[in-house]
Design a protein around this ligand. Structure first.
Ligand code: SF4
Ligand code: SF4
Ligand SMILES: [Zn+2]
Length: 206
């Protein structure tokens, strides 16, 4: 009976704009891996144009302690110290906290996103963007946020980073969906898979 109810809800077009995983979780009284009502919060739309819920540290913090532990080991740290709740949150990843130039700079200028800045794109964000393949779409992100607003952009990103099979949000670097194993794990990975592979096959890549 419950199964039919779930299938019915998922199939209803009127629920198209409702996160059906949230509806299912409510019915089954399962605690959400992260607060899905937060998905349209500015907290998760980074100043630099990254989508925080698709960051491996964010996923680890919210729902994957093993992942967090692995990242902590790689960073010579402990899980508690590297936890991150998003770019604009009180608790951010070590890099974001200590090395990010964009966040404090935007704060000083009184703007929300680098794309609003007269100096954009400055050397700081250019250098940042060029270093890692999960930053390939920062320019598009800034343009899109300017055009449609961060709320709509966040909705687009949720789809962009979700598994086409089961809707789980995966990180840029997940080789397969962390829930159902689907390859590619999301649209970002499907588009940039080769650049990601090339980056990690370089001798000096992290
Ligand atoms: S703190 Fe800086 S690097 Fe980290 S997500 Fe925010 S703007 Fe990007
Ligand atoms: S100067 Fe650069 S880092 Fe600072 S807000 Fe403008 S674009 Fe962002
Ligand atoms: Zn999946």
């Amino acid at each position: 009976m419950l199964l039919f109810l779930i299938i019915f809800i998922v199939k209803q077009k009127k629920y198209k704009h409702v996160d059906h995983t949230e509806v299912i979780r409510k019915i089954l009284k399962i605690e959400a891996p992260f607060n899905l009502t937060m998905e349209y919060s500015k907290q998760h739309a980074a100043v630099c144009g990254l989508y925080c819920p698709a960051c491996s540290v964010f996923i680890g913090t919210q729902e994957d302690p093993q992942r967090l532990e692995f990242i902590a080991k790689q960073s010579n740290s402990i899980p508690e110290e590297i936890k991150c709740y998003g770019c604009r949150s009180e608790k951010r990843f070590i890099f974001c906290e200590q090395d990010c130039k964009m966040f404090p700079c935007a704060q000083e200028k009184g703007i929300d996103f680098c794309g609003e800045c007269e100096e954009y794109p400055c050397n700081d964000i250019k250098e940042f963007q060029a270093k890692m393949p999960h930053r390939l779409e920062l320019w598009e992100a800034q343009e899109r946020i300017k055009k449609v607003g961060y709320e709509e952009w966040l909705e687009e990103m949720e789809k962009h980073y979700s598994c086409p099979e089961c809707d789980t949000i995966n990180s840029t670097y997940d080789p397969r969906c962390r829930s159902c194993g689907h390859v590619p794990c999301n649209q970002y990975n499907a588009i940039h898979g080769k650049e990601i592979l090339d980056f990690f096959s370089k001798p000096n890549s992290k």
